[in-house]
Design a protein around this ligand. Structure first.
Ligand SMILES: [Zn+2]
Length: 389
């Protein structure tokens, strides 16, 4: 399928939709329970550019998500690990001017970098404020950090050009991203979200960097989100070269080779991802229909965006899933967007003594079993909604 979309990075017009989650509500849109709807929904589709290989949102008419204050603990721990590894490679010299493009997901590195003797370009206020002041200024920096920020930019070409333009001579640009190779390998189709415009491979990112005169030097892997990559880039003419003339070290060469083997810039690699979406959705619907038939009480747990995507693809509504519990007070008295399913408190879930609870965020299994022992004490089972076990 070839559309009229121009690539967000290279402006190429040839490409293919490789993942289609149908019509989905905007991220974090939670209507109140008495809001009759219909809720606005928008196509949620991943498009793969044939020219540069960047996987991206096809279109996104939604408003970008607002910055959030909360920093997930996993992100904080990973930041410390990452800063330590980049420093060990000699890329964080004390005294270097550092600036950061922030992410709505939190996880600023500026405090850690200041602790290592680097100098934030703006040194007043907290890390969040530094990021905002930097974004509004035209200052250069020797070290520019972009931790999960770039994917939030609708115009990828303009965003990478701006980062390159603000890199001082001899400087290093550090870009961290959730790897599309991990998304494909692990079947993480729910990573596709409105507001997340690009899903990078080192291959596609290298092409973006080359277009603005930068070249990848080194990469580090992290387990965050199942596969996160931190890539360091420098200006082509400034990057040190080894005896064979390579600017990129073997970490980059290995990464590019692995991506080529996995085929992440070709549509064939995404077929299983799309099949997995439908298979999981069909299985969930079938399971819930079976419970309804046998009169078995069931509830869901977690109103995360991945739960919404799965319920929408499965066409599951309140007739099959009467409520979803969530610990966030902000989501009480709301509905799961695009459905009539109310969001209830954990206390209400316990009071209903469900026989089955479909957990939509499987990483939370140990946590919810410990937090709500009453569910199992009353004879209920927690079931991973992804695998229905
Ligand atoms: Zn492209």
């Amino acid at each position: 399928m070839t559309g009229h979309h121009a690539c967000r990075a290279c402006r190429g017009q040839d490409g293919q939709i490789v993942l289609d989650l149908g019509n989905q509500p905007a991220c974090d849109y939670f209507p109140t329970y008495d809001d009759p709807g219909p809720d606005p929904v928008y196509p949620l589709q991943m498009w793969l550019c044939s020219q540069c290989g960047l996987a991206q949102l096809l279109e996104d008419p939604t408003v970008p998500e607002e910055p959030k204050g909360a920093e997930p603990a996993a992100l904080v721990a990973q930041a410390a690990d990452a800063v330590g590894r980049v420093a060990a490679a000699g890329l964080l010299p004390p005294g270097a001017r550092v600036a950061e493009y922030g992410s709505p997901h939190g996880g600023s590195w500026l405090g850690l970098l200041a602790g290592r003797g680097l100098k934030p370009v703006f040194a007043s206020g907290g890390a969040e404020e530094w990021s905002h002041l930097w974004a509004a200024s035209e200052e250069e920096a020797d070290v520019i950090v972009d931790c999960l920020g770039l994917m939030h930019e609708a115009d990828q070409q303009a965003a990478i050009a701006e980062r390159a333009a603000r890199l001082a001579p001899g400087g290093v640009l550090l870009i961290q991203f959730h790897s599309i190779a991990a998304i494909v390998r692990l079947g993480q189709w729910n990573a596709l979200r409105h507001g997340h415009y690009a899903y990078y491979s080192a291959t596609a990112l290298s092409a973006m960097l080359a277009a603005v005169g930068l070249t990848p030097r080194s990469a580090w892997h992290f387990d965050l989100y199942g596969g996160t990559v931190l890539l360091a880039a420098q200006r082509v003419g400034e990057a040190q070269r080894d005896a064979e003339g390579h600017a990129a070290d073997e970490t980059i060469r290995d990464l590019l080779a692995a991506e080529e083997a996995a085929g992440v810039t070709t549509p064939a690699a995404y077929v299983a991802l799309q099949q997995d979406v439908q298979a999981r959705a069909d299985a969930l619907r079938g399971w819930l229909a079976g419970l309804k038939e046998s009169g078995t009480p069931v509830l869901g747990y977690s109103a995360a965006s991945r739960a919404i995507a799965l319920l929408r693809v499965a066409g599951v509504d309140a007739d099959l899933l009467p409520a979803v519990a969530d610990a966030s007070p902000a989501k009480l008295c709301t509905r799961m967007p695009g459905t009539a399913i109310p969001v209830i408190s954990p206390a209400e879930m316990i009071a209903q003594a469900p026989r089955e609870v479909a957990l939509f965020v499987s990483d939370l299994m140990a946590e919810v079993r410990a937090a709500y022992p009453q569910v199992e004490a009353a004879g209920g089972h927690w079931v991973d909604a992804d695998v229905l076990r």
